[in-house]
Design a protein around this ligand. Structure first.
Ligand code: ATP
Ligand code: MG
Length: 570
C-alpha cells in the first residue's frame, strides 16, 4: 500500500469510536497480522423472539467494529432449537437490523445449514473416542454432573466401543429411538472445575419440525456444539458475545482444537441492562402471550420494533449504543440516557406543532367577532431551512388546562386573573375573568383581552412577558387520538422481586393512557412514522398500526423534560 493510501484523514479519525478493550484486542491482532488483517464479526440471534435494545447494542458493536476496521459482519441465525423458532422472527430480525442501518450483504447464514457438517464432526469425535452415546435420562445426567464443590460421576456408558457408538448414533439419526432416550456426549473430564466440561451433551433426540429443515432431522445439536463451529465454518475472526458465555469458552476451544478446525477468538462483554426495563426474550414473549402488552412491537416494549413505533430513530439508538460503550462489568444504564438520545436527535429534525391535551376554552373578549388571522410559525428553530407555516387564530381558542391557575404561586408564569402571557407566535393576552360551572365551581372558560400591538408575540413597548404558552383556534382545531406512555415497570429494577412475587407484579397498570386531544389542522393528514414536537408536550410519532387515512393516532415518544442532564451532572 502506498503511504498516501495508508494515511488516515481527519475525516477517518472522526468516524472512529472511542477506544475500548475489544478494540485493544483487535488493534493488537492487526499489529501481529493475526488473520492476515482480516476482520469478520457476526451477529448471531436465535430466531425465538423479536430483537430488543440489548441486541441493538450487540448489532452496533459487531457491525460498527467491522466497519471501522474495513471488515465484514455476518448475520447468522442460531436456529438449533426447532421448538421455539419461527420464520416470523427471522423476518422481523432482518427488518430490525436493516432499519438500524446495517448491511450484511449476502452474508446471511443459518446454523441449520451446517447440520450436515456438525453431524460429521460428531462422528469424527466418536471415532477419536472423544464422544459417546449415553442412555441416561436428562435427570440422571444432571444428578451425575456433580456440583461446583464435588466432581461429577462418570456415565456407565462412557466407555462404549467406537463401533457401538457409531451404530447407536446412526440409529438415533434414523429416528429409531424416542425423544430424550439417548444423547451423544463429549468425553472430556467429569472432574473438571468447569461444569461445562463435564461430558456435555452434544446431540439430543427431538422429533420436531424445524422451520427450515422440516423433518429432515430428529436429532439436533446443542447450542454449545453448534455455535462455536458455526463461527469456525464462517471463519469469524472475533466472536463477540455476552459475559454468560465466558465459562463456555474452554468448551468451544476444546471443540476447535480437538476437531482441528479454524479457531475464532471469543471476546465477552457485559450485557446491557436499563432501568425500568426487562431485557429477556423469554420475558418479553410472556408479556405478549399473556397480553400485558398489545404485541411485540407495542410502543411500551423495549424491542427495536416497539421503539420504532414509539418514534425512536435508528440514529438515536446508534448514538445510545455508542454512549453506553462496552465493558466487562455488569451495570444498569439509566433509561433517561436512552430518552436523552432520542430527544437530542428529534430536536434537530422534528417540526414544532401545537396540540392541546387537556383543553380549556379562552374567549378573547376584545377580539372582533368572526375575525380570523393567519399566524406565521417557525417550523423548527434549530433549522431555518425548514421554513414557516400559517396557523389560524380567532376569538375563541383552547389552551392547556394546566396553564391556568386560580390561585397561583408567585413564580407561576402562565395565566391567572390579572396576569399576562404570550400566546406562541400570536399575541399577548391578559386574563380578566373566568366562567365557572355553577354546580361544581370548576373553571370552564377564561375571559381574556389581547393586546393588538403584540402580533407575533413581540412587545413593542419592551415590557417583559415571562411565559409563552401554546394554543389552538377552537374553530379550526382537530380532535385526534393521542397515546401517552409511562414506564412499563414501576420498579427501577423490575427483575428484583419480593418473596412470593414475580416481575409481573412490577408492571405499571397506568403505562398507557389514550386520550382525545386537540391538534393543529395540518396534523389531520399526518402519515404513519412522521415525527413532530408538540410544543411544550414532547415528541410524538404517528402510529403505524392504529392510524387510518386522515385519522392519525399519535404516540408520545418522550416528553421534553431532560432528566439525564441532572443525572449526568451528579
Ligand atoms: P435474551 O436473553 O434476551 O433472550 P439472548 O442472548 O438469548 O437474549 P440471542 O438471540 O442469543 O438472545 O442474542 C443474540 C446476540 O445478542 C448474542 O450475541 C447476545 O450476546 C446479544 N445480546 C442479547 N442480549 C443482550 C444484551 N442485553 N446486551 C448486549 N447484547 C445482548
Ligand atoms: Mg442466547
Amino acid at each position: 500500500m502506498s503511504d498516501e493510501a495508508n494515511k488516515t484523514t481527519a475525516e477517518d479519525e472522526k468516524l472512529k469510536t472511542p477506544s475500548n478493550f475489544i478494540k485493544d484486542i483487535i488493534n493488537e491482532d492487526m499489529r501481529t497480522n493475526k488473520h492476515d488483517g482480516r476482520i469478520n464479526t457476526r451477529f448471531p440471534p436465535e430466531p425465538n423472539g423479536y430483537l430488543h435494545i440489548g441486541h441493538a447494542k450487540s448489532i452496533c458493536l459487531n457491525f460498527g467494529l467491522a466497519k471501522e476496521y474495513n471488515g465484514v459482519t455476518n448475520l447468522r441465525f442460531d436456529d438449533t432449537n426447532p421448538c421455539k423458532e419461527e420464520t416470523e422472527y427471522v423476518e422481523s430480525i432482518k427488518e430490525d437490523v436493516s432499519w438500524l442501518g446495517f448491511d450484511w450483504q449476502d452474508r446471511e447464514f443459518f446454523a441449520s445449514d451446517y447440520f450436515g457438517q456438525i453431524y460429521e464432526w460428531a462422528i469424527k469425535l466418536i471415532k477419536m473416542e472423544k464422544a459417546y452415546v449415553c442412555d441416561l435420562t436428562a435427570d440422571e445426567i444432571r444428578q451425575h454432573r456433580g456440583t461446583l464443590k464435588e466432581p461429577g460421576m462418570e456415565s456407565p456408558y462412557r466407555y462404549r466401543p467406537v463401533e457401538e457408538n457409531l451404530d447407536l448414533f446412526a440409529r438415533m439419526k434414523k429416528g429409531e429411538f424416542p425423544d430424550g432416550s439417548r444423547t451423544l456426549r463429549a468425553k472430556i473430564d467429569m472432574a473438571s472445575p468447569n461444569l461445562n466440561m463435564r461430558d456435555p451433551v452434544l446431540y439430543r433426540i427431538l422429533h420436531a419440525e424445524h422451520h427450515r429443515t422440516g423433518n429432515e432431522w430428529c436429532i439436533y445439536p446443542m447450542y454449545d456444539f453448534a455455535h462455536g463451529q458455526s463461527d469456525s465454518i464462517e471463519r469469524i475472526t472475533h466472536s463477540i458475545c455476552t459475559l454468560e458465555f465466558e465459562d463456555h469458552r474452554p468448551l468451544y476451544d476444546w471443540f476447535c482444537d480437538t476437531l482441528e478446525i479454524f479457531h475464532p477468538q471469543q471476546i465477552e462483554f457485559a450485557r446491557l441492562n436499563i432501568t425500568y426495563t426487562v431485557l429477556s426474550k423469554r420475558r418479553l414473549l410472556q408479556l405478549v402471550q399473556e397480553e400485558h402488552v398489545e404485541s411485540w412491537d407495542d410502543p411500551r416494549m423495549p424491542t427495536i420494533s416497539g421503539l420504532r413505533r414509539r418514534g425512536y430513530t435508528a440514529e438515536a439508538i446508534r448514538n445510545f449504543a455508542e454512549r453506553v460503550g462496552v465493558s466487562k462489568a455488569e451495570s444498569m444504564v439509566d433509561l433517561a440516557l436512552l430518552e436523552f438520545c432520542v430527544r437530542e436527535n428529534l430536536n434537530k429534525t422534528a417540526h414544532r406543532v401545537m396540540a392541546v391535551l387537556n383543553p380549556l376554552k379562552v374567549t378573547i373578549v376584545n377580539y372582533p367577532d368572526g375575525q380570523e388571522e393567519m399566524m406565521e410559525f417557525v417550523n423548527n428553530p434549530e433549522n431555518p431551512d425548514d421554513g414557516t407555516r400559517l396557523v389560524p387564530f380567532a376569538k375563541e381558542i383552547y389552551i392547556e388546562r394546566t396553564d391556568f391557575m386560580e390561585d397561583p404561586p408567585k413564580k407561576f408564569y402562565r395565566l391567572s386573573i390579572g396576569r399576562e402571557v404570550r400566546l406562541r407566535w400570536a399575541y399577548v393576552i391578559k386574563c380578566v375573568d373566568v366562567v365557572k360551572d355553577p354546580n361544581t365551581g370548576e373553571v370552564i372558560e377564561l375571559l381574556c383581552e389581547y393586546d393588538p400591538l403584540t402580533k407575533g408575540g413581540n412587545t413593542p413597548d419592551g415590557r417583559r412577558i415571562q411565559g409563552t404558552i401554546h394554543w389552538l383556534s377552537v374553530k379550526h382545531a382537530q380532535e385526534l387520538e393521542v397515546r401517552l406512555y409511562d414506564n412499563l415497570f414501576m420498579k427501577e429494577n423490575p427483575n428484583e422481586v419480593e418473596e412470593g412475587k414475580t416481575y409481573l407484579d412490577n408492571i405499571n397498570p397506568d403505562s398507557l393512557s389514550i386520550i382525545r386531544a386537540k391538534v393543529e389542522p395540518s396534523l389531520r393528514s399526518a402519515k404513519p412514522g412522521e415525527k413532530y414536537q408538540f410544543e411544550r408536550l414532547g415528541y410524538f410519532c404517528v402510529d403505524s398500526k392504529h392510524s387510518k387515512p386522515n385519522e392519525p393516532v399519535f404516540n408520545r415518544t418522550v416528553t421534553l423534560r431532560d432528566t439525564w442532564a441532572k443525572i449526568a451532572a451528579k
